[in-house]
Design a protein around this ligand. Structure first.
Ligand code: WTA
Length: 650
């Protein structure tokens, strides 16, 4: 099917619509009375003390939702399902990285595990409000640890286990974490790799950390610091599973999650309890059309990212559905792995990143075609724009030409999905996240904050604007940890007069008013759906003794969406080392300082960087170079000859 003959939009089948959780009426209900609508969604949860007030926006941009209500988040994700008679339902089908290594936990099992872990954490001296860093691979203990924190009112800060000791240290220090939960090691591509050693490095100088709680996962040897280090199997397994959940205020903090901003220092995004869980649960139920009795839901995201929090833990468990939790990578031991898992567990809903879909396309359809994927009835994507070609392939090859696809736009900061089609309602268009969900309001505006008008036709080029959220929403971030000024400045200053939240993305409307999100307009790159700031990579590069200056830009990449391209100027005493060796060394340095996902695809040693007269690096022009475009306006360039030198060096 060529792009020109492919349908422009895909309506849901009549059968899907007839059984869908969400119908057109949901938009009407939300429009009639937005706050009453959110109160109704919040009441899908179980409250120990009901709320009387829905939203307090009097101290904008610091919102309070359901402020006088009290609830326990873990109780809502676990105990209430057991009390409702669903204790025997599988909560988690855990699939280990090695074939044959798997485990199922029912909701009753999960209740016992969370109760034990909560008792153990209390035994380690943790009290509500304390911060706990979780640095674990995708094993059941990771979910148990998160829920145990939630149960006790501790804030978890999950750090992706692919991050290095440096990245972990920065996050532990910023949050002043009292406990780190980790594992001896993790399995990667069939082999055990150490993990705890990174924690040892990270906490060596962290005086807030009292204990390191260690799950034995691989059996590899670890250094042990008596008094500080504690085995999970010693303190959790022996603890009582009985634990009374305490109800916390709706605005009690639930977690911190660090994400890249436009500076080198990651931002600790703060989320709270009632509003976050309300929107996580509501969006999960409606976007994924969840039928807890029959569905097997799989969100492939790592718990180190917000998608892993909201649709790997809190959304699915609050809705009492069965989910798949996979420790490994999609090509270990072979490229069949995801499809084997779908087949093995009869997955009905599959949610992944566009980069994964493009990778599957590259591998070829013989892999999915070798499996019975007919259990799949709904597909989703998140993290970056999906190109129409990948969307169509996803639908045809994975979705049997019938499964609706939900393209969900949201951010670490928004906590839960904001713009997405409802699968039984919208005729979806490949590449568009379509419209704000019921209860949510989004606009595409120009520099002045005026809303763009949808074009009269979809022919030709269309003006892009900026995506803003013009109404507060329950799962919105409540701030940046310890930095209220940066919170205001980053998100609320650009359209301060209008009171809009500025998302940092460009977007446009089509002639039907559907929203097409195009990508970040700031210095944040999106590599395989991971946010990495140019400043972070630059600071890793200039940390190397041989680098005098560095500039980093994102370039379009067929598989990863964007790829990192670095330009470096070497110091005088390294100038004659230019060559493949230093390039490899510097790429490795970034992987070591930040994470292998931040390793630049290209690194060019250049004699100088293009700068304005005021000394600002003109990344825009470097982007033109890596995208192989004509150079844009160079009139503000200090030395227009610099590009000949850069081209000669490339
Ligand atoms: C991008 C991930 C287009 C966007 C949940 C946003 C998307 C950033 C989409 C947030 C989508 C996310 N279409 N772009 N459906 N979803 N993005 O914080 O640039 O890791 O600002 O949250 O990803 O990334 P984050």
């Amino acid at each position: 099917m060529t792009e020109t003959h492919a349908p422009l939009s895909y309506p849901p089948s009549a059968e899907f619509t007839a059984q869908a959780n969400a119908a057109e009426g949901l938009y009407r209900d939300a429009e009639q009375d937005r706050l009453a609508f959110w109160a109704e969604q919040a009441n899908r949860l179980s409250w120990a003390t009901p709320f009387s007030q829905v939203l307090d926006w009097s101290e904008a941009p610091f919102a309070k939702w359901f402020a006088d209500g009290k609830l326990n988040v873990a109780y809502n994700c676990v105990d209430r399902h057991v009390e409702a008679g669903n204790g025997d339902r599988v909560a988690i089908y855990w699939e280990g990285e090695q074939i044959g290594d798997s485990r199922s936990l029912t909701y009753r099992d999960l209740q016992d595990e969370v109760g034990k872990a909560a008792n153990a954490l209390t035994g380690l001296g943790l009290v509500a409000g304390d911060r706990v860093a979780i640095y674990l691979p995708m094993i059941p203990e990771a979910i148990v640890a998160m829920l145990a924190c939630a149960r006790l009112g501790l804030m978890h800060s999950v750090v992706f286990a692919g991050y290095t000791a440096n990245a972990l240290r920065a996050r532990i220090d910023d949050a002043e974490a009292k406990l780190v939960i980790t594992a001896d090691g993790q399995f990667r591509r069939g082999k055990p790799a150490p993990l705890k050693n990174a924690v040892d490095d990270a906490v060596a100088s962290a005086d807030t950390v009292e204990h390191v709680l260690v799950v034995r996962r691989t059996g590899i040897e670890v250094d042990w610091k008596q008094g500080r280090d504690v085995w999970w199997h010693d303190v959790v397994d022996s603890a009582s599973p009985e634990h009374d959940p305490e109800a916390f205020d709706a605005e009690h903090p639930l977690f911190l999650l660090y994400t890249s901003g436009t500076t080198g220092k990651p931002k600790g995004i703060v989320h709270t309890s009632g509003g976050y869980l309300t929107q996580a649960s509501y969006t999960h139920h409606n976007i994924f059309d969840i039928k807890p009795e029959t569905d097997v839901f799989w969100c492939t995201a790592d718990i180190g990212w917000v998608t892993g929090h909201t649709y790997g833990v809190y959304g699915p468990l609050s809705n009492g559905v069965t989910e798949i939790f996979f420790e490994g990578t999609p090509d270990t031991p072979s490229q069949h792995r995801h499809f084997q898992i779908i087949e093995k567990y009869g997955a009905t809903i599959y949610y992944t990143a566009p980069t994964m879909v493009r990778t599957f396309m590259k591998w070829g359809r013989e892999f999915p075609d070798a499996h019975d994927l007919s259990s799949l009835r709904l597909l989703g994507t998140v993290g970056e724009p999906i190109n129409p070609e990948a969307w169509r392939w996803y639908r045809t090859v994975i979705g049997g030409d019938s499964a609706p696809i939900v393209d969900t736009w949201w951010q670490t900061e928004t906590g839960a999905a904001m713009i997405s089609p409802l699968p039984g309602v919208a005729a979806t268009k490949p590449g568009s996240a379509m419209a704000a969900l019921p209860g949510i309001s989004a606009k595409v505006v120009d520099d002045h904050g005026d809303e763009l008008a949808p074009p009269s036709t979809d022919e030709g080029e269309h003006a892009a604007g900026y995506l803003v959220l013009d109404q507060p929403w329950p799962s919105m971030l409540r701030g940046i940890w310890g930095d209220p000024d940066r919170f205001r400045e980053t998100y609320w200053s650009r359209y301060a007069e209008h009171g809009y939240y500025f998302a940092g993305d460009s977007a446009r409307y089509d002639s039907d008013g559907a929203i097409w999100v195009m990508g970040r307009i700031d210095d944040v790159m999106n590599v395989s759906g991971h946010r990495i700031s140019t400043a972070e990579v630059e600071s890793a590069l200039v940390g190397h003794a041989g680098v005098a200056e560095a500039a980093v830009v994102g370039a379009t990449d067929d598989t990863t969406g964007q790829a990192i391209c670095a330009f470096v100027v070497l110091t005088a005493d390294h100038a004659d080392t230019a060559g493949a060796e230093i390039i490899d060394e510097l790429r490795a340095e970034v992987a070591k300082e930040i994470s292998p996902i931040a390793r630049p695809r290209e690194l060019h040693v250049v004699p100088e960087l293009p700068k304005t007269r005021s000394g600002k690096i003109m990344r825009r022009l470097l982007r033109d170079i890596v995208e192989k475009r004509e150079l844009g306006d160079t009139s503000t360039l200090l030395d227009p000859g610099v590009f000949d030198a850069i081209r000669a060096a490339k």
